[in-house]
Design a protein around this ligand. Structure first.
Ligand SMILES: Nc1ncnc2c1ncn2[C@@H]1O[C@H](COP(=O)(O)OP(=O)(O)OP(=O)(O)O)[C@@H](O)[C@H]1O
Length: 283
């Protein structure tokens, strides 16, 4: 059947000896979406993603990636899946241009390597040896190598770790452009703002199990969680109340104060608040 899921996982299990890394994991990634997998260190993200990429064997469960079982990878299937690896140090003597052209040759229908280099913002470094690139530039090169084969599905493992704020913003823009051009993207990240900025849906994994999948704004019922309304009382102390109807409360406060409410703030739980609660680390 023509499938609208790029990734389908049911009851995935993987153990390393006595360490159960992933247990009873169900997960879907829809074609065309950016899906972010969030979770603390050791949660099972890399294990899961490497099983999906066809680089680790699972112990149990059903897994389909682009209508194919990744435990039986074929060259044709691999060409449809892009993987952004962390660093390709063994090619340090090659230039950026040489390396991207070299990788393009592995694929049946690659994109134009020079266009890919431009898309990741490395045109002015095309003739530079990769050994001399900065950390952020190396990461862009990793992305170029991951996308030059024109993948339908792209895996990114912690793509912006070590980036400065400007490089992160530029990288996010690149991911959005790839996604707008039709690439399905699955990324793992420790950055909640990154998941919120990029992903249509976020999966939170903890202790090898999927705790929740939701749009970032809906995670942990964030939107409908009570708001905390705070204000300063006439004696100078700060009063705080959790309220399901903050607008009504603010209106009442405005009437009580005859206009401006001193020190007024209205907040809802941040993505970080609900995330920390989910993984059992909240205060
Ligand atoms: N090759 C391996 N051999 C033995 N244990 C492993 C191996 N790979 C992972 N593990 C264990 O499996 C569990 C899940 O690890 P995994 O690398 O999948 O987590 P992660 O969510 O990617 O973590 P991080 O955010 O730190 O990268 C951990 O307890 C880890 O120690």
């Amino acid at each position: 059947m023509g499938n609208d899921l790029a990734v389908s996982v049911k009851g995935l299990r993987k153990a390393y000896g006595r360490t159960v890394a992933v247990e009873s994991l169900d997960l879907d990634v829809r074609r065309g979406e950016v899906f972010a997998l969030l979770g603390p260190n050791g949660a099972g993200k890399t294990t899961t993603v490497e099983i999906l990429e066809g680089y680790r064997k699972r112990d149990g469960g059903e897994v389909t990636v682009l209508d194919h079982d990744p435990a039986q990878p074929t060259a044709e299937w691999r060409a449809r899946v892009g993987i952004v690896l962390q660093g390709t140090g063994e090619f340090e003597e090659l230039t950026v241009g040489e390396l991207v052209h070299h990788f393009a040759a592995f694929y049946p229908k690659p994109d134009d390597p020079d266009e890919v280099i431009a898309r990741v913002g490395l045109s002015d470094k095309a003739k530079a040896r990769t050994v001399g690139l900065s950390g952020g530039q190396k990461r862009r090169l990793d992305v170029a190598l991951g996308i030059v084969g024109h993948p339908e599905l792209l895996f990114l493992d912690e793509p912006t770790t070590g980036f400065d704020p400007e490089a992160r913003r530029e990288f996010w823009q690149l991911i959005r452009e790839l996604n707008a051009a039709g690439t399905t993207i699955m990324l793992t990240t420790h950055y909640l703002d990154e998941a919120e900025a990029l992903a249509q849906r976020v999966g939170v994994i903890a202790g090898g199990r999927l705790v929740e999948v939701a749009e970032p704004s809906r995670l942990g019922n964030r939107q409908s969680a009570p708001a905390t309304v705070s204000w300063r009382t006439p004696d100078g102390s700060v009063e705080s109340t959790a309220s399901d109807t903050p607008t009504a409360l603010v209106t009442e406060l405005a009437a009580r104060f005859g206009g401006e409410v001193p020190g007024l703030t209205v907040t809802r739980p941040t993505l970080e608040d609900v995330y920390l609660r989910m993984i059992g680390a909240g205060s």
